[in-house]
Design a protein around this ligand. Structure first.
Ligand code: SF4
Ligand code: SF4
Length: 253
């Protein structure tokens, strides 16, 4: 029965069980097989394995990427699929992080920062983890992994329970205020499956954000990831992100 649950009848079942005072036992991972596939039928997801690279040393905090993402994906006001954080580190203990409106309009200088402050910008977005907690907690299998390495949401199956929003350790998900379904960065799947770059990568004027494919011969981004000292966010969680960072400060979380 559970494999056939959709948004409406899931909520009905949930309501009946709650009214009966019953204990709701949620499913393990992949209760259903989501069916969303790329729009382009000629696209073969077996031929790709995507990775994303962010060079923190190049980011100037201009917010062009956030604006590009918003415009491309019609992201609701007050929510962000990607955002930029400013880190200000003074001495050994004080770490300040701010991200006004997700860095959408860039950053104003902080006049209260001590002169010795080390400051840099950290662009963030969904890490498309290989070992992903959001997929594991989804009770109806609406969150799923694609064969080319992405984590996506099948909105026809999503019941808006919000478990994945809670489970994502990177704060990458939110519930869309209109559709009440889970939203997140897709690495612009509608673009990359046509051979285009994600909108944020295309919008970045400094080359901070780059996109690669492990299955593409001679891929420059892959060569950097394999040969240079790249890091991932919250490595200790063992989520195996596909989003890599160059010049990642140890204070970034
Ligand atoms: S890949 Fe697309 S959806 Fe993701 S942050 Fe970049 S622009 Fe937004
Ligand atoms: S567009 Fe590039 S340089 Fe500007 S904030 Fe985004 S990542 Fe940084």
């Amino acid at each position: 029965m559970l494999a056939k649950l959709n948004r409406r009848n899931f909520l009905e079942v949930l309501g009946q069980a709650t009214a009966a005072g019953g204990l709701i036992v949620l499913l393990g991972p992949r209760a259903t097989q989501a069916t969303t596939t790329p729009e382009d039928e000629a696209y073969d997801w077996e031929e790709h394995s995507y990775v994303y690279l962010i060079d923190i040393s190049k980011c100037i905090g201009c917010g062009s990427c956030v604006r590009g993402c918003k415009a491309e994906n019609d992201v609701p006001d007050g929510f962000y699929r990607t955002w930029v954080e400013r880190y200000a580190i003074a001495g050994l203990e004080e770490v300040r992080i701010d991200s006004p409106q997700g860095g959408l309009n860039g950053f104003q200088p902080d006049p209260t920062a001590p002169a010795s402050t080390k400051s840099f910008f950290v662009p963030k977005l969904c890490n498309h983890c290989s070992n992903t907690p959001c997929v594991q907690v989804c009770p109806v299998g609406a969150s799923y992994q694609t064969k080319d390495g992405l984590v996506l949401v099948d909105k026809d199956h999503c019941v808006g329970c919000g478990y994945c929003v809670q489970a994502c350790p990177y704060g990458s998900r939110f519930l869309d205020p209109e559709t009440h379904t889970a939203e997140k960065c897709t690495w612009c799947y509608h673009r990359i499956s046509k051979g285009e770059l994600p909108a944020c990568v295309a919008s970045c004027p400094t080359g901070t954000r780059r996109f690669g494919d492990l299955k593409r011969e001679g891929d420059e981004v892959v060569a950097i990831i394999r040969s240079q000292n790249v890091g991932v966010l919250a490595k200790e969680l063992l989520t195996k992100p596909r989003c890599y960072y160059l010049h990642l400060d140890g204070e970034v979380r």
